[in-house]
Design a protein around this ligand. Sequence first.
Ligand code: HEM
Length: 122
Amino acid sequence: MISYAAYKLIHILGIMFLLLSLGAYLILSMNKSEKGKKLAAITHGISVLIILVAGFGLLARLGYLSVDPWPIWVWLKVIIWLILTLIIILIKRMPELIPALWFLIPILGGLAAYFAIYKVSF
Ligand code: HEM
C-alpha cells in the first residue's frame, strides 16, 4: 500500500514536472520555436496525470473516499488542476497572453499549495 508520505512526494514531483513543462512551452511558443515543444507537451500531459492520481491517493489517505463530503479546498484545487491542464490550449491559441501566463501559472501553483496547507473552508 502506498503511504500518505509517498503520495505527497509523488504529488510534488508531478508539480515540479508540470511547472518545468509549462515554463518550457511558454518560452518555446514565445520564440515560435517547435524544437522541444513536443517534449514539453508530453511532459505536461504526464505530469497532470501524476498530480491527479497522487492527489486522489492523498485524499484517500486523508479519509475523503467519496466525492461528498469533499471540502471546498479540494474542489478549488481540482479547478486549479483543470486550469493548469487546459492552459496549454490557451498558450497555443492566444500567444499574446504568454507574458501574463508566465506569472499567473506559478501563482496558481502557489494557490493550490495554499489550499492544501491551510485547508480553507468558507
Ligand atoms: C486534482 C487535483 C488535486 C488534488 C485532488 C490535490 C489533493 C491534494 C491533497 C489531498 C493534498 C494533501 C493535503 C494534506 O497533506 O493534508 C495535497 C497537497 C499538496 N498539493 Fe495538491 N491536489 C491537486 C492538485 C494540485 C496542484 C495542481 C498543485 C500545484 C500545482 C498542488 C499542490 C499541492 C502541494 C504543494 C501540496 C503539499 C502541501 C503540504 O505540504 O501539505 N495540488 N494536494
